[in-house]
Design a protein around this ligand. Sequence first.
Ligand SMILES: Cc1cc2nc3c(=O)[nH]c(=O)nc-3n(C[C@H](O)[C@H](O)[C@H](O)COP(=O)(O)OP(=O)(O)OC[C@H]3O[C@@H](n4cnc5c(N)ncnc54)[C@H](O)[C@@H]3O)c2cc1C
Length: 393
Amino acid sequence: MTDRADVIVIGGGIVGTSAAFFLRRRQRSVILLERGLTGQQASGVNFGGVRRQGRALSQLAMSNRALDVWYRAQALLGEDVEFLPSGHTRVCYHAHDAEYFHRYAADARAYGLDLEVLDGAAMFRRLPFLGPEVLAASISPRDGHANPRLAAPAFGRAAARLGASLVENTEIVRVEKEAGGFRVESAAGAVWRAEQLLVCAGAWAGALSAQFGEPVPLVARGPQMAVTEPVPYRFGSSMGVYTSIKEESVYFRQVARGNLVLGGGLSGPADVSTRRASVLPANTVGQLAQFRRFVPALATLNVIRVWSGVEGYLPDAEPVIGPSVTTPGLFYAFGFSGSGFQIGPGVGETLAELLAVGRTEIALDPFSIARFGRMAHHAVPEAGVSASTASEA
Ligand SMILES: Cc1cc2nc3c(=O)[nH]c(=O)nc-3n(C[C@H](O)[C@H](O)[C@H](O)COP(=O)(O)OP(=O)(O)OC[C@H]3O[C@@H](n4cnc5c(N)ncnc54)[C@H](O)[C@@H]3O)c2cc1C
């Protein structure tokens, strides 16, 4: 087994597998180390929203790059990850949110995100199924959704076909800098070495960054998911309610088979040690009440399954992406705070570029881990509370 490479990637979610894939396309040798199986954690159990609209403007350049990868996914990977570029529509119930839709659409245009905002009668003519309380809708025609169960494993397999070494069922417990590069050690005592190290360990990344003197206020929460029985296919666009009242938020998408996958509302608990996230029944009941308010005609649908997943949240709802401040050759990408699935392949491609050529056109300053050094003396708010976008998958 290869125990030395140009780059070691820790974590086989959508970010780590796509980074490994794009690193191989740049001829960097790669070892990807994953504690379980690729795509087994958040990347494999999420809602599947491939949504740019609603993101912080600072994320849009990366998010556009990611969307470009989603559009090319089948050609790049040689596998279908069920990406459907069928649009994303978000709606609101409050006048200040409708005003925000217009403001955001104007601001986002400068970043290459074109949105159409409809109000009142024009909106109900286009979207007659919306509940009577809806005031405005913002439509992003080029966004869409994909199958999370397929995406990260497909990137992993494609990386392996290009020569990456994928090592699953291997937990890394010790990471350190030594002369000429990095040494990483598994719980079973196996050792790998590389010139560069990329930590893409999701909600668990803090245990690794702390070993380089860079602790982060990362907390785990479990977004609540449900899926209904199948009904005739009607909704191409992924749909969501935008609101600053977390209990009001709900979003759904319909898969080709007819089932509606839904999420939103309050999160449930997630435990990084057991790697489990629970669904609280009260949250599902709340979610369904909001689902009926959003599209009353769907009120009679039965839920056939619920689930959650372990997601890492940072207090400002921005991820950490980019170089370490303490350790040359070390890079991070984690803490996607509820919206890393869409942007993941763009992060992977950007990191591959950064590691291979030492720079990227995408501005990474807002995502620097250095901000937590600066925030060290500030109280850390409860996870996700400040994350208005986090409830909008
Ligand atoms: C229920 C749910 C719904 C969501 N919905 C959406 C959505 O619709 N749209 C969207 O954009 N985002 C969504 N998200 C967020 C998105 O899924 C995540 O932000 C994204 O998948 C994070 O990818 P990742 O690769 O950083 O992390 P992960 O997928 O968590 O992967 C990290 C990997 O690192 C491995 N690892 C950790 N520590 C170690 C170690 N020490 N050694 C070896 N391996 C290790 C883990 O086993 C894991 O496989 C949702 C999340 C959840 C949970």
